[in-house]
Design a protein around this ligand. Structure first.
Ligand code: CU
Length: 513
């Protein structure tokens, strides 16, 4: 126990990140299931109050993005990057441990709000954040959110930001400075490249939300008016700052998954990645363009036709380097040398890649600007899709690297059950939202009138969500059961890494400093 609390070893910190992120993923998933259960019926649903519903969707979004997906990627960065570049550890191992513990404390602080009500003299147990994961002004002003709810959110996110920034600098330095001799930049494994891209986005995007949160903190604690029109402030300023962080954040989440796919597909098709250089450069271009699209989250704020058109244009532009990657992945699978392409594609690790390729980026978001009916946007929430299309890539990474991380293979059969349930559940949960949106179903509302006629589509979404829930339990069981199975993968420091993936062999073991 003490050795886990005091460890600075990158592998152990990677595992700590993994299990913590998975725990938060289960909590966030549970919140989603309550949300979907409530919406299964019109006119009051299952009796979840409006206040509780606001807290649930705010905590669901915040949890999935900051406490589940980002740290799940961090688990892989920690475990895999030093192995891929032949470094003994990350550049600053203690700073790395610091990042993990600050992340954990930030996550616990956010979730403590669920039981902190009595401390603040509130009449209900839960004072969880309730202004949405995007915290739009002026929902977050003292006037409209007098309780401690939003304070938990803004302080929790500041703390998580410290963890992300510390880890970001750590990994940039690690990748640039600690590569094995002779490993030039264009020989880095693609996952390492995409990690570098991700960390550059982290260290450039997180300062923006830090500024936004500090301003909000001043508004709430010290009576300033940065976002309050009554005092000459501007609520739209919040949206600019938030999405200037929020859209690069999308690419912080997706780049890691893109890197994983670019590792998994070559391994299973027994061919090198098609067009390595192009894949790397398009990853860099995606990150760069990721800075130029933030206002596509603000089409309904009235920025005017010129701004709207420019941001619609850049949004469609970013589909080009993304498409380049997808064609490179397809070309990697083409002429597969594993003996049987069907076997390659049916491997749990790589089938998840194919599904990820299938629901990749959606140029519709740009097209929405030109379409008369913006209800499509309401029905198909961009940040939600972001999670939907990113976690297949991360799941693929878990199947792929689990043997490396634990010495045990995950069950292939349960992997397939997980894959099909997830594929069906995801589409059943999210696709009907297009139609409920067109029928006028608003987002983030705890109930809807029966007259809206969207109940059928809401029910389909709820069924889909519960199928995803079942799939997650199957997956969780698959992870747990490896703990009491005998080791069946080659030893971690052994000759052949699992699946014959690419790792540098190191002379020294680095289990403890
Ligand atoms: Cu966006």
């Amino acid at each position: 126990m003490k050795s886990w609390l005091t460890t600075t070893d990158h592998k152990r910190i990677g595992l700590l990140y993994f299990w913590t992120a998975f725990g938060f993923f289960l909590i966030g998933g549970l919140e989603a299931l309550i949300i979907r259960a409530q919406l299964v019926r019109p006119d009051g649903g299952l009796g979840v109050s409006a206040e509780t519903f606001n807290q649930l969707f705010t905590m669901h979004g915040t949890t999935m993005i900051f406490l589940a997906l980002m740290p799940l990627s961090a688990a892989f960065f920690n475990y895999i990057i030093p192995l891929q570049i032949g470094a003994r550890d990350v550049a600053f191992p203690r700073l790395n441990a610091f990042s993990y513990w600050v992340f954990l404390l930030g996550g616990l602080l956010l979730n403590a709000s669920f039981i902190a009500g009595p401390l603040f003299g509130a009449d209900r147990l839960s004072v969880a954040p309730d202004a949405g994961w995007f915290g739009y002004a002026n929902l977050t002003s003292r006037q409209f959110s007098p309780g401690p709810n939003v304070d938990f959110w803004l302080l929790g996110l500041q703390i998580l930001g410290i963890a992300s920034l510390a880890a970001g600098f750590n990994f940039v330095v690690t990748i640039l400075n600690m590569r094995a001799p002779g490993m030039r930049m264009l020989r880095l494994p693609v996952f390492t490249w995409m990690t570098l891209v991700t960390q550059f986005l982290v260290i450039t995007a997180f300062p923006v939300i830090t500024v936004a949160l500090v301003l909000l903190m001043f508004d709430r604690f010290f009576g300033t008016h940065f976002f309050l029109p009554a005092g000459g402030g501007d609520p739209i300023l919040w949206q600019h700052l938030f999405w200037m962080f929020g859209h690069p954040e999308v690419y912080i989440l997706i780049s890691a998954a893109m890197g994983i796919i670019s590792e998994v597909l070559p391994t299973f098709s027994k061919k090198p990645l098609f067009g390595y250089t192009v894949v790397v450069y398009s990853g860099v271009v995606i990150a760069f363009l990721g800075w130029s699209v933030w206002s596509h989250h603000m089409f309904s704020t009235g920025l005017g036709p010129i701004a709207d058109s420019v941001f619609a244009g850049t949004t469609m532009l970013i589909a080009i380097p993304t498409g380049v990657k997808i064609f490179n992945w397809i070309a990697t699978l083409w002429g597969d040398r594993s003996g049987s392409p069907r076997r390659c594609c049916s491997r749990s690790a790589s089938s998840r890649c194919s599904s990820s390729v299938g629901c990749r980026r959606d140029p519709r978001l740009g097209a929405v600007r030109f379409a008369a009916d913006r209800h499509v946007l309401r029905g198909c929430p961009h940040p939600l899709r972001l999670v939907r299309r990113h976690d297949p890539g991360l799941f693929s990474g878990i199947y792929y690297w689990w043997p490396k991380m634990t010495g045990r293979f995950l069950s292939e059969r349960m992997g397939k059950v997980h894959f099909w349930l997830t594929l069906i559940g995801m589409n059943l949960a999210f696709f009907p939202m297009h139609f409920s949106g067109l029928l006028g179903m608003p987002r983030r509302i705890y109930t809807y009138p029966a007259a809206l006629a969207s109940a059928r589509f809401n029910q389909l979404s709820t069924i889909g969500a519960f199928i995803i829930g079942i799939a997650t339990l199957v997956f969780f069981w698959n992870l747990l059961r490896t703990r009491w199975r005998p080791a069946n993968a080659p030893p971690i420091h052994g000759e052949a890494p699992p699946w014959n993936g690419r790792f540098l062999r190191r002379r020294r073991s680095t289990t403890s400093p």
